[in-house]
Write a protein that binds this ligand. Structure first.
Ligand code: FMN
Length: 210
């Protein structure tokens, strides 16, 4: 079977793509509106794209697409990053999965997801949006570029600083190099539909010698 994207309905294409690009990491993005309301929402169209400079990207869509007689209404996250240029990406560990999912609900504009799902809005160091206090890793970002994709946007952000909970950091005994202890982090990935994955089942393959 061949699916031609230009001839396929968006909903069908969405189901094929979210089942094909799996598992996807989840950016749990905190932003702040220009009037100071904190916002929090998950985005699985997300990845890290560069180390020098440290850069990540995620893709928020629209609450309502443009029609012949109305303009599109952006999701609050997209509005906030456009207007303030700042956001924080919090990593979703398994113990936070329920709250992450609940934070994707369509709350009224004056309700902060932090209080709605009972999370601590902990002040960030370099940006105004708070980080999720309960998250084991949070990355403070400044917008590098927002590329309009038509039905959604690609937000690229430069990572200013990374908050790491002590328990999640391992230091190599010889080199002192820091790395992340995945057994502690227990990150969650998004599959298709309502399915999520953990990383409990792993296998190792050494890099090729030549
Ligand atoms: C695990 C998960 C991943 C999601 N990924 C995306 C995504 O990549 N892009 C998107 O526009 N919406 C995504 N959503 C839906 C948004 O989280 C949802 O529309 C949310 O209400 C947006 O909030 P906001 O209006 O406060 O920005 C996802 C939802 C869940 C539960």
């Amino acid at each position: 079977m061949i699916i031609k994207c230009s001839e396929t309905k968006t909903e069908q294409l969405y189901r094929i793509l979210i089942g094909s690009v799996v598992p996807r990491p989840i950016a749990w993005v905190s932003t702040q509106s220009t009037n100071g309301l904190n916002n929090l929402a998950p985005f699985s169209f997300y990845n890290v794209f560069s180390i020098k400079p440290p850069m990540l990207g995620f893709s928020p869509g629209y609450k309502r697409p443009a029609t012949a007689d109305s303009t599109a209404i952006a999701k609050d996250t997209l509005t906030n990053v456009r207007e303030t240029g700042e956001f924080v990406v919090n990593v979703v560990s398994q113990f936070l999965a329920e709250q992450m999912n609940q934070s994707s609900a369509d709350y009224p504009p004056d309700v902060s997801e932090f209080s709605a799902v009972n999370l601590t809005a902990t002040p960030s160091t370099t940006v105004k949006p708070p980080r999720v206090g309960e998250a084991l890793i949070s990355m403070e970002c400044k917008v590098f570029h927002i590329h309009d994709l038509g039905g959604s946007a690609l937000v690229l952000g430069e990572i200013n600083c990374i908050h790491l909970s002590d328990e999640v950091v391992k230091a190599d005994a010889n080199s002192g190099q820091l790395s992340i202890d995945l057994d502690v982090l227990q990150p969650v990935g998004r599959l298709s539909g309502n399915l999520y994955s953990t990383i409990n089942d792993r296998f190792e393959i050494a890099r090729p010698e030549i």
